[in-house]
Design a protein around this ligand. Structure first.
Ligand SMILES: O=C(O)CCC(=O)C(=O)O
Ligand SMILES: [Fe+2]
Length: 369
């Protein structure tokens, strides 16, 4: 039986999120979600796969990093971060079971009744767990077609008691997944630091300074965002997430098998085809700043579709919450003068709570002219 059509007259209904709208049988996109024409995704109805293009986005085989091809892998990594600000990583060492279980438990979480999910709604940006919709549901003038669950992951033992206890296995599965992605983040960061000439792989090459940088990342912040994009009645009028860059150092993104993620490359939107059991790694604003502009944070967005629900899990990693992020002194010289001001999370949080984050505006505000 079809669910009853809902009276969509009240803005409060939208605060309950898009999963709630979908479950109540919304058949027309409410005005609250309709983007101005210039911001719409421009789906080419006759050639829906046009955005796929023949462009091959970089795929890095992490299994090769330990073998004789290490320097080629580091070169590919460096080119990917310079040119696209993104790569996909395969043979990464995270057990497939941990990945499948995370997708499965997240799907079951979003399948819970609204009242159960709503227990975690909070307007406190620093809360260890936060359920919500759109980007900033108290500020966004146009909502995006996305619900989310945000979990602070560090220090894990402190935050774990606050995480959802329903489904019953949620904490255990999500904690395992958080530990695994932290481990992979550290491996990728070692490779990135080495590719920037800032870290020695072998003990003979390593300096105390090298160990110090890595120690900071070990103690760094980690935020996990589970994104839920239900089928949308009029997907060409809205977006799951508007164009943005991630503010941290690196994001390890797990997408299920449904397309949705696009990156901007040479002025065009390119779909990042889901690859089973791989991770999409995004260069975030902090890495762009830290590398003094050599690596570029990637502008990306999410489109939605009328038929299939989509789920993604983004793990955002960075330096400790109170650390200042600035260009590495080793990457500043006369040819490459400092390009960015130092910045911290507090400045970023202030920024996003005071305005709608658009494109790479935050990063632009940190640039030295
Ligand atoms: O769902 C996706 O593919 C991307 C999600 C994303 O960009 C984010 O959570 O910051
Ligand atoms: Fe993102």
């Amino acid at each position: 039986m079809c669910p009853p059509a809902m009276a969509l007259t009240n803005d409060d209904e939208f605060q309950k999120g898009v999963k709630h709208l979908f479950e109540n049988g919304v058949s027309k996109l409410p005005n609250k979600y309709i983007l101005p024409v210039s911001d719409r995704p421009k789906v080419d109805k006759e050639h829906p796969n046009a955005a796929k293009s023949s462009l091959k986005l970089p795929v890095i085989d992490f299994g090769e990093l330990q073998g004789p091809n290490r320097s080629q892998v580091l070169n590919s990594l460096s080119s990917a971060c310079e040119e696209y600000g993104l790569f996909q990583v395969v043979n990464h060492g995270i057990p497939i079971e941990a990945i499948r279980s995370m997708i499965d438990v997240s799907t079951r979480f979003f399948g819970l009744p609204y009242e159960e999910r709503a227990k975690y709604m909070s307007s406190d940006m620093t809360s260890p767990v936060r359920y919500g919709t759109s980007l900033n549901q108290r500020k966004d003038s146009v909502f995006c077609w996305r619900d989310f669950l945000k979990l602070v992951c560090h220090p894990l033992s402190d935050v774990l008691p606050h995480w959802p206890s329903c489904p019953m296995d949620f904490k255990e599965v999500a904690a395992t997944y958080a530990r695994e992605t932290k481990w992979l983040f550290i491996r990728i960061t070692e490779a990135i630091l080495e590719s920037l000439g800032l870290w020695g792989a072998t003990t003979e090459e390593k300096t105390e300074e090298d160990d110090e940088i890595l120690k900071q990342f070990h103690d760094g912040s980690q935020l996990m965002v589970v994104n839920c994009f239900p089928p949308c009645p009029e997907p060409d009028l809205t977006l799951g997430m508007p164009p943005h860059s991630d503010y941290g150092f690196l994001t390890l993104l797990l997408q299920d098998e449904v397309e949705g993620l696009q990156i901007q490359y040479k002025g065009k939107w390119i779909t990042v085809e889901p690859m089973p059991n791989s991770f999409v790694v995004n260069v975030g604003d902090h890495l762009e700043i830290f590398s003094n502009g050599r690596y570029k944070s990637v502008l990306h967005r999410v489109f939605v579709n009328p038929a299939k629900p989509r789920l993604s899990v983004a793990s955002l990693h960075s330096l400790p919450f109170n650390s200042m992020v600035g260009p590495s002194p080793k990457l500043i010289d006369q040819v490459n003068p400092r390009r960015y001001k130092d910045t911290d999370f507090a400045t970023f949080l202030e920024y996003i709570s005071s305005c709608e984050p658009k494109k790479k505006n935050f990063l632009e505000s940190r640039k030295l002219t």
